[in-house]
Write a protein that binds this ligand. Sequence first.
Ligand code: GUN
Ligand code: ZN
Length: 433
Amino acid sequence: MTLFRGTFLDTPDNPFTGGTLRVATDAALLVEDGVITARGTYSELRNAHPAERVVDLTGGLVLPGFVDTHVHFPQIRAVGGMGMPLLEWLDKYALPEEARMADPAYASSVADEFVRGLAAAGTTSALVFGAHFAEAVDTLFTAASRVGLRITSGLVVSDRILRDDLLTTPERAYTESLALASRWHGVGRNRYAVTPRFSLSCTDELLATCHNVLEEIPGALFTSHLNENEAEIATVAELFGGSDYVSTYEKHGLVDHRSVLAHNVHPTDVELKVLGDAGATVAHCPTSNAALGSGLFPLGRHLDHGVRVALGSDVGAGTGFSLLKEGLQAYFCQQLMGDHGHPLTSAHLLRLATTAGAEALGLADQVGDLSVGKRFDAQLLRPADGSPLAVGVAHADDYEEVLARVFTLGTPADIRAVWIDGQLLDDSSLEVG
Ligand code: GUN
Ligand code: ZN
């Protein structure tokens, strides 16, 4: 057993429905076998457990580990492409790099960079878009297992329009997906996600196969892209006989509480109703939406329809692994929408980056906040002395303001330690900023 002592911030009471930021100063959490078994003031818990080891984190801020609900493992070397909208960016920038994943040795070094980047950003759980090559997906699960991250991922499948070397067939997709799931789903902290790239690159036959695979893997998730870019949406409508984008998945039984669909910048109200009724989640990827010029995310309309929303970094169209940066960009986006924007506080941003993500991934009973009964997945933020963030934190009036400054000025360099199941991740996983 270990007592973690410090200042803990989290959002078990949903700020989107009237809850507020939970703040515990000079507090302690008792962690046994990775699970938080008691919470209280430090003196209370210390008196009750005088012999336990104390990890003293005072002087920093302890937040739940972040949950990234949409990030592409093969794209870490493709961050920073400028000047292109989605379809051109895919063709010229992202997909040539994804094709290199055919080489397992290349994929393995990218997988190492990727998991280190996630951990260094304070991300402890992620729904990861895998690669089009089964062996490359193996290398991702292997690397994630080495670091100890909570990863849900799978084989990305497509059978039309993309470059030939990224295409598969429904039969091969079925066999390879189930083989990967049998190796990794439920093994350690790994789980499987059925992952057609987007309906633009998938025939009805392939999407029907995706449903069959999903039904064969109890506890698996479904993830894809949705309504990201206007040219993409128009092409999907042409390919599917005028149907809306959500229907292309929904008609194959792919829209329910297991579904995490990225972007949804341009939904119709009908689509939002389907998503809300189904209990599906939209992964909001704000830096990606800005970088590719995809548009401004209608968060208020999602909330009005009861659609669950969480955050995704969408590396490599997104600009890095930090969910602090995504939170800030989510805030900017709503500000830029004026009267149509949904006002966001720092507590909303923390909720989006933690508990909302845990709910999306079906992990809310385990992670997302630091309540008794949850696993201790956490990160320590401590800015360098004299840095603008340290100055801002020192002069904030309350912890909502502290957290606003963290989202505004914080970077992976401020994250000093990360724990999963109460275990400190290896220093080596924290070297990359
Ligand atoms: N739609 C299909 N593939 C992709 C991708 O790799 N990134 C983004 N942002 N959108 C996509
Ligand atoms: Zn994406």
